[in-house]
Design a protein around this ligand. Sequence first.
Ligand code: 5GP
Ligand code: ZN
Length: 135
Amino acid sequence: MDCIFCKIANGEIPSTTLYEDNDFKVIFDANPGNIGHSLVICKHHYADIFEMPEELTAKGFATAKKIAGAVKKATNCDGVNVIQNNGEAAGQTVFHFHIHVLPRFNNDSVDIKFGGIEAEAEKVTEIVEKIKKNL
Ligand code: 5GP
Ligand code: ZN
């Protein structure tokens, strides 16, 4: 399979490695939002969170927490975004599970926005029930 993150994870493509264990490799993003923008890449090919086994997902986010702490100390940033995109609509461009650890600085140029919709009470109630049924 021609997957760039598989090649990075298995060392076929060399990368500056910040951390690795049997399941994850952590490298810098090639197109960073800020200096220190790191990617926690799973060493096994799963396209997204839906395909990932639960235990491995938990380990991935625990790794992201560890990296977030180290990145915060190293960059002296004011905040950190931990982001994990699933699907093109969510901004995923590499279809191999990874978690972004993005250091943030007051007034930096990164643009992550929420809000901007009216959540009608009736629709909210409906979706609450649907989500509960799918758990
Ligand atoms: P996504 O949008 O899928 O959540 O994030 C993919 C990220 O991987 C992007 O931020 C992009 O800059 C980064 N990326 C894509 N190809 C490479 C690569 O070959 N090496 C590294 N280090 N990062 C990459
Ligand atoms: Zn892959």
